[in-house]
Design a protein around this ligand. Structure first.
Ligand code: FA5
Length: 347
């Protein structure tokens, strides 16, 4: 057969094979391409035949070979596109994407109720000119106890069962050590010290509905000239009214803390029954919210503050307690479980 005829034949037969090829057979397409256009393929083989042609015929047939190569190369590319499109189509069908389905909702959290309470109390005190001080969660025994007038072996240490890290280092059991640290650094020639310090504290208490091994307190401390029990009462009355309502009253009951003298427990009149007695106040009309007192002269003196000239009051409240009372939360463990249904109720 003439070379030109064989060329024409190769072109036609390849085009026919391509036309018959199934749309999903990439392997078959590749094999055919190698067979026809590959280094040892049919077209290369035909090219060898050029050598035997006359010098006049060679360029003409050579041009034809190139034309056939171009046509077939394009045809293979077309078929590759068809195969690729079929593959994508098959994939889309198998994924059965339903664009009419509603989207998946991203669950948004919100500020934790304990953070909200802490910010609310901070705002109240900032408005009265207090500073907010950060304390250390890992504290020295010295500041947590000794500087709070609780020397080693003092029986009142038992009231705050402690996680010790070493003999001298512990997880603070209350926010009161911040009192000693701020008293140490305060310059009284610049005016009285007025601070609050919110933060996390730790005790080896067994977890139950009202106790947790870690919880949050807010410490308050005011030290200056002629600070009296009346100032303490007025301040606590104000904070109770802001937190629990304008018509709240407070009552002070004698208590004991080694770092205050006198010491008091502070009750607020029940915000649910107004003082008549109900299940929230256990029929007493009053709810205990915090411990407080006049700063013990020894605590002042250990910081080098002249207890004859300066006096002050301090208080410490449990944040969880405030939130539980205000919102009727029955179990303290709800605060720490990160359940979005709980957290979102306090938006
Ligand atoms: C103190 O911790 C004193 N530092 C408070 C204080 C400060 C008194 C300044 C005087 C002057 P108390 O151990 O009572 O006191 O704890 C204070 C509050 O922390 C309690 O009223 C309670 O609301 C909360 N609390 C105590 N233990 C736990 C616990 N295991 N889980 C949750 N809250 C607790």
């Amino acid at each position: 057969m003439e070379l030109q005829e064989r060329l024409e034949d190769l072109k036609n037969s390849t085009q026919a094979k391509l036309a018959k090829m199934r749309g999903d057979n990439a392997k078959e397409l590749q094999e055919l391409r190698v067979q026809v256009l590959g280094k040892k393929g049919s077209l290369t083989e035909l090219l060898q035949g050029l050598k035997e042609l006359s010098a006049e015929a060679r360029p003409i047939v050579g041009k034809q070979v190139n034309e056939v190569r171009d046509v077939l190369t394009k045809a293979f590319e077309e078929q590759a596109k068809i195969i690729e499109a079929a593959k994508i189509q098959a994939q889309l069908e198998s994924e059965s994407l339903d664009v009419t389905l509603p989207g998946r909702q991203i669950k948004l959290g919100s500020r934790h109720i304990l953070s909200q309470i802490s910010e609310e109390i901070e705002d109240i005190f900032l408005g009265m000119g207090y500073q907010i001080v950060d304390g250390l969660e890992v504290e020295e025994d010295y500041y947590n106890f000794e500087r709070m007038n609780l020397p080693k072996d003092h029986p009142a240490r038992d009231m705050q069962d402690t996680f010790y890290i070493s003999q001298d280092i512990l997880l603070r059991t209350h926010t009161s050590p911040v009192q000693a640290r701020t008293l140490d650094s305060h310059d009284f020639s610049e005016g009285p010290l007025k601070m609050i310090s919110p933060g996390r504290v730790f005790r080896r208490d067994t977890d139950d509905a009202t106790h947790s091994h870690q919880f949050h307190q807010i410490e308050g401390l005011v030290v200056g000239e002629q600070i009296s029990m009346g100032d303490l009462k007025g301040t606590l009355e104000l904070i109770s009214q802001k937190m629990f309502g304008q018509d709240r009253r407070i009552r002070l009951r004698p208590s004991y803390f080694p770092f205050t003298e006198p010491s008091v427990e502070v009750d607020v009149s029940c915000f649910k029954c107004g003082g008549e007695g109900c299940n929230v106040c256990k029929k007493t009309g009053w709810i205990e919210i915090l411990g407080a007192g006049m700063v013990h002269p020894s605590v002042l003196e250990m910081s080098g503050v002249d207890a004859e000239k300066y006096s002050g009051f301090a208080f410490g409240l449990g944040q969880e307690r405030i939130a539980m009372l205000r919102y009727g939360i029955n179990d303290i463990r709800d605060f720490y479980q990160g359940d979005i249904r709980f957290i979102q109720q306090f938006k």
